[in-house]
Design a binder for this molecule. Structure first.
Ligand code: C2O
Length: 540
């Protein structure tokens, strides 16, 4: 196993997109930021230096961080932010994960422009559990604002309104040739007839889920969230923010140019979204000088929940799994958007003069501001959080009915964590609500991968739905798409001590408080103990 050293410098960089140049925050001057390529078992030592005007932290999305919670990154959860002029070195080891993950800023909306891929190859002399591809390429989806995304969210927080939607979607940082002034940077993936190409898709967009298709080609899904899948063939993918998917594409079409196209899956009714399409091009050798434009794939309609759900159902673990059990902790957590009344003396621009909020079990998560939750827990600092996050919702009602009265449930702003014993087996029913709008929520858990046992529509009903659980080969994920006005059941063993945030990966929803934190106590033996905090851990 190797140790990889990198310097990451957060800086302001002039970048031109959609005919306009402005300064954005980047890592090392690149958009997307640097791609990290390592092997399973390797370690990373990444020194992040902040030479920009915003606080920053970096999260290694999907990395389990066994006993290294200090390197996880979410601001005020596992560390205080790195101030302008400051630095912090993230040190961690990849244990047993292979495939595609990514890294991103975990502070305000900086991740709109501060993100990159983390590719984990098999250990030396080991191979993929599928035929070796002839070549591989990254397709990282993102969003672009013509203004500073951090200011976009600050503005929205001040007014209580929904933040402005992005001006473009991007692939590898480029809108692609269907947008103004954008043909030059369009990603071209070269191919030759008769090859197998491994495409690594990452949805790094802030607030959008995507349907993705390739004209003239099907995709064989072989992995997701750095876990291998039972291969299945599909002509379209749906990725929520935070999710990754590895596919094999066989180049068996007539030599030509084929669009790899992505556009929004807009699961909620009445929520504004950008209807444009971002593109890359799969270009066969010899087709480059042809005059024919690339072929466009057929994508599902924006609101095609049936398609989105059918694709998600295809993911299964490569081999039968040993599911952790029996379950020690049964949790039922509602996930949804709500509204708060406007504080006195202010005017709010949310629906009916309110401001948006979002919650889990009716608690809208408030980050601490003077110390991280992990430090408070480790050093016994009182008054930072309370440990009474409820295991079940405080009120039960028909969560997914239409026209739920908006007064029924107003979230309460608080910093509540749920304590877990080391080694306990946790099963969570995530129940979407339809209080303001039902929506597909990509729910992400830090520090763990979890098995997705089942998903469904409407209200979860234990008697009816438990028999549908996949206890044989459920997929291992770090981000689950909770179906619109539906539910998902996940299971994991709490074998990693630390403070781990679980949140919706639509950043607008984190901004509104759609998060909670698990605090997992230390176990026994060195593999069960959180390592001591690094000496350069930033202070608030
Ligand atoms: Cu990729 Cu807390 O997120």
């Amino acid at each position: 196993a190797e140790v990889h050293y990198h310097d990451f410098v957060l800086q302001e960089t002039p970048v031109k997109r959609l005919c306009q140049e402005h300064k954005i925050i980047t890592m090392n001057g690149q958009l997307p930021g640097p791609t990290l390529k390592i092997r399973n078992g390797d370690s990373l030592v990444i020194n992040v230096m902040n030479r920009a005007r915003y606080n920053v932290t970096v999260h290694w999305h999907g990395v389990r961080q066994m006993t290294t919670a200090w390197a996880d990154g979410p601001e005020f959860v596992t560390q205080c932010p790195i101030r302008p002029g400051g630095s912090y070195t993230y040190r961690f080891t990849i244990k047993g994960q292979e495939g595609t993950l990514w890294w991103h800023a975990h502070s305000s909306w900086l991740r709109a422009t501060v993100y990159g891929a983390l590719i984990i190859y098999p250990r030396e002399h080991k191979s993929y559990p599928y035929p070796k591809p002839h070549r591989e390429a990254l397709v990282t989806l993102g969003e672009w604002w013509n203004t500073d995304p951090v200011q976009v969210v600050r503005q929205a927080t001040m007014t209580g309104a929904a933040p402005a939607i992005s001006d473009a979607y991007t692939i590898n940082g480029q809108p692609g040739d269907l947008y103004n002034c954008s043909s030059k940077g369009t990603t071209i993936i070269p191919a030759a007839f008769g090859e197998t190409i491994l495409l690594r898709f990452i949805n790094a967009a802030l607030n959008n889920e995507f349907f993705i298709s390739i004209a003239g080609h099907t995709m064989t899904v072989v992995g997701a969230d750095a876990a291998y899948n039972k291969p299945f063939v599909t002509s379209v993918l749906m990725l929520g923010p935070g999710q990754t998917t590895d596919v094999l594409v066989t180049t068996s079409a007539p030599p030509g140019k084929y669009y790899i196209a992505a556009r929004a899956y807009a699961s909620a009714q009445g929520v504004q979204f950008n209807p444009t399409t971002t593109t890359a091009i799969l270009e066969y050798r010899g087709a480059g000088c042809g005059i024919l434009p690339p072929l466009m794939p057929l994508l599902p309609a924006y609101n095609d929940t049936f398609a989105a759900t059918a694709i998600a159902a295809g993911y299964k673990s490569l081999s039968p799994v040993t599911l952790p059990g029996p379950v020690d902790e049964h949790l039922f957590i509602t996930v949804g958007v709500g509204l708060l009344s406007c504080p006195p003396g202010r005017t709010c621009q949310g629906p009916g003069g309110t401001r948006f909020a979002a919650s889990m079990n009716n608690y809208s998560f408030v980050l601490p501001s003077t110390i991280s939750i992990l430090e408070a827990q480790q050093f016994g600092v009182p008054g930072v959080f309370t440990t009474d996050f409820p295991a079940v919702p405080p009120v039960q009602f028909d969560y997914t009915a239409d026209n739920i009265s908006q007064d029924l449930w107003q979230p309460v702003q608080a910093t509540k964590v749920y304590p877990l014993k080391y080694g306990s087996v946790v099963q969570i029913v995530l129940q979407g609500t339809n209080i303001v709008a039902g929506e597909n929520h990509p729910v992400h858990l830090h520090g763990y991968d979890f098995y997705v046992l089942a998903t469904g529509f409407g209200n979860f009903d234990a008697e009816r739905d438990t028999p549908k659980f996949n206890l044989i080969d459920p997929p291992l994920r770090n981000t689950v798409g909770l179906p619109v006005k539906g539910w998902a059941v996940i299971r994991f063993m709490a074998d990693n001590p630390g403070a781990w945030i679980m949140h919706c990966h639509l950043d607008v929803h984190i901004t509104w408080g759609l998060a909670m934190v698990f605090v997992v106590e230390n176990g026994v033996g060195p593999s069960g103990f959180l390592q001591p905090p690094p000496v350069d851990l930033p202070h608030c």
